[in-house]
Design a binder for this molecule. Structure first.
Ligand code: GTP
Ligand code: GTP
Ligand code: MG
Ligand code: MG
Lengths: 278, 315
């Protein structure tokens, strides 16, 4: 009687504990376990080290998206649109990225496209000062599209290298707010038909399975080309990104590891997976 | 409406004569899946399932006993009627009951505010970065003024985040509520001074908006302890984003153990996050949900009622 080979029950319980509490999610965890089952022999399935080695390899594989490296020089001005749900870390990430790109010798300008939330413009202006870059803002409660349009026009006129557009946080279930972003995209195309050159979805690594719905909806509406995973300096592992990267084929470009201007790192799948399971 | 996990459990038990250890086991597996997908923490899921199992097995034994009563008398007739509930409906109902019982408090209604015996009542809002504290501070001040007719003072105790003080000032301005600020002072000093002002000027509720922080950030957690030591808040609410995943358990436990929370506020419930963290936080801190954030505008705050959240977590 050929009974299907199984991961030892006690070991499976331990593995589930690690993967599920890292927010990997039931579906992705099952997928990883299936890969373990099919790629190891009956004997190896009792060997914790062998099992972990497959788990890590499979996790890295889920994160590896076939995408060209980020190249901020491929267009001038390079237009980056930053989107995501409320409180994910968009404005802070823009400040950090502005500083990093300025440090690499690029001339950066920011667009205060959150014209809605209390003191959102002031918050971005402080980051602009810290990074040493100008911030384009419109009048309070004004149209975000026109602020971003103006910033691109100014960058074109002054020969700047990068425009980073901040937008208001919005829950993906709010149709009219998602439509507002679609409009922002259309208006950006009026300034430059090839833009936006990248659209980053900022995801909070403390999110659980709802991050999947966020990513799907934002990608559907806006052609998201990259993900930034923030707040990885906390105790949350951000494991939900495994399923997201794989399903949507969007690369994670950066991770946020703190609240200071230097707390941004380029994403590294090997490092991320090591930390995920430590 | 039930999520597919709970529907699967119900279908699995359809046609079953009675609940037994065996058929309950697989139904529990379906429920387990549903709760994990709703972001309930794994250890909490395990405890919850254990209780459901005990209740389901225990009750099915009781039901069987009742069914054997003579049906001649009136009482027996009534008892027999109660047995006509099908096992699958019975099982789901046990899940719902356990969930509602877990989420609510003994009386079933919202939790009473712990008003100060004399002087202003202090509310301290704490939590991770971006969870919605500042917005909730504005909402809570408005709510206390409108529903409880108390004169509120908002306190801008976040000196770190760029334009955090300004953000609270804009909210205060919108609401016509005073915002206390003390540029250059530390958060414990700010809160202390605000309290003294409130006491002398007759503000009846004081709401402290603190900076977002990680529970593992030792100096910032110590800062919260200092604020607490100086001002002794009557209510300390952990403000939590409804989208939070498994980390809800670590975060809630740390904040509760360090500074003692008296409840939590679940924000961004106008999204489609199932909010399973509510169950985890309730389990791990023993404290109830006090308020729900249902949108960005300042009137979008609701007092918590257990049945609503229970059915959302179930799917
Ligand atoms: N610990 C930590 N905190 C972060 C990180 N990134 C952002 N934050 C904090 O998260 C909070 C929210 O950040 P914001 O930049 O205002 O987020 P946002 O997405 O622009 O928010 P909205 O515009 O209101 O939607 C702030 O307190 C930031 O300091 C990170 O990588 N680590
Ligand atoms: N949709 C929705 N958005 C909310 C809700 N509560 C807060 N927000 C939004 O979430 C974002 C973060 O809110 P804040 O009040 O700045 O959060 P915070 O906890 O004070 O952030 P830090 O001070 O940086 O830790 C803002 O964009 C708010 O408008 C809610 O109930 N629903
Ligand atoms: Mg922002
Ligand atoms: Mg705040």
């Amino acid at each position: 009687l050929l009974r299907k080979k199984q991961i030892d029950a006690d070991l499976l319980n331990q593995l589930e504990e690690v993967l599920l509490t890292a927010d990997i999610g039931v579906k992705t965890a099952s997928r990883i376990f299936e890969q373990v089952r099919s790629s190891l022999s009956r004997q190896e399935l009792k060997d914790e080290a062998a099992v972990w080695s497959v788990i890590k390899a499979e996790s890295r594989k889920l994160l590896s998206v076939d995408a060209p490296p980020l190249d901020y020089a491929r267009q001038k001005p390079f237009v980056l649109l930053v989107v995501g749900v409320n409180g994910a870390g968009k404005t802070t990430t823009i400040g950090k990225l502005a500083a990093q790109l300025t440090g690499e010798g690029k001339k950066v300008i920011l667009a205060a496209g959150d014209t809605f939330r209390a003191a959102a413009v002031e918050q971005l202006e402080i980051w602009g000062q810290r990074a040493g870059v100008p911030v384009v803002k419109g009048k309070e409660g004004g149209d975000p599209s026109s602020v971003i349009f103006e910033a691109i026009k100014r960058a074109q006129k002054e020969g700047l290298d990068v425009v980073i557009a901040d937008t208001a946080g919005r829950l993906h279930v709010k149709a009219e707010l998602m439509e507002e972003l679609a409009k922002v995209r259309r208006v950006i195309k009026k300034a430059d038909p090839t833009a936006p050159h990248e659209t980053f979805l900022v995801l909070d690594s403390t999110n659980g399975q709802n991050a999947i719905a966020q990513a799907r909806t934002f990608k559907e509406m806006l052609e998201v080309t990259g993900i930034v995973l923030t707040k990885l300096d906390g105790t949350a592992k951000g494991g939900v990104i495994l399923g997201i990267a794989h399903e949507l084929a969007v690369p994670v470009r950066y991770i946020g590891i703190g609240e200071k201007i230097q707390d941004l790192r380029a994403f590294d799948a090997v490092d991320f997976v090591d930390v995920l399971y430590e | 409406t039930l999520s597919k996990g709970f529907r699967a459990a119900r279908e699995r038990l359809t046609g079953v004569a009675e609940l037994s250890e065996e058929n309950i086991e697989s139904a529990l597996r379906d429920v387990r899946m549903a709760l994990l997908e709703a972001d309930v923490a794994l250890p909490v899921v395990r405890q919850f399932l254990q209780r459901v199992k005990e209740k389901a097995v225990g009750q099915s034994v009781q039901l069987r006993a009742k069914a054997e009563l003579p049906t001649g008398d009136k009482l027996g007739e009534k008892a027999l009627k109660s047995v006509e509930v099908t096992p699958e409906y019975h099982f789901i109902r046990i899940c719902q009951e356990e969930l509602t019982a877990l989420m609510g408090n003994a009386e079933g209604g919202p939790t009473e505010i712990n008003w100060a015996k004399k002087g202003p009542t202090v509310f301290m809002l704490v939590g991770l970065q971006g969870s919605g504290k500042t917005t909730t501070a504005g909402k809570l001040a408005r709510w206390l003024q409108k529903i409880h007719k108390r004169k509120p003072l908002l306190v801008a105790a976040d000196i770190y985040r760029p334009a955090a003080v300004q953000q609270l000032q804009v909210l205060g301005e919108k609401l016509g509520i005073t915002v206390f600020t003390a540029p250059g002072k530390s958060p414990p000093e700010i809160c202390d001074e605000a309290y003294r002002l409130a006491y002398t000027k007759g503000y009846e509720v004081v709401i402290l908006d603190t900076a977002g922080r990680l529970a593992i950030d030792e100096p910032l957690m110590a800062e919260l302890e200092q604020i607490r030591g100086r001002v002794k808040p009557q209510e300390t609410f952990l403000v939590v984003d409804a989208m939070i995943g498994q980390d809800a358990v670590n975060t809630a436990k740390s904040f509760h153990e360090r500074i003692g929370t008296t409840g939590f506020v679940l924000t961004k419930l106008d999204g489609d996050a199932r909010g399973g963290a509510a169950l985890s936080i309730r389990e791990v801190t023993g404290q109830p949900v006090r308020f729900l954030g249902m949108g960005e505008s300042l009137e979008k705050l609701e007092e918590f009622r257990p049945e609503g959240l229970a059915s959302r977590i179930l799917g």
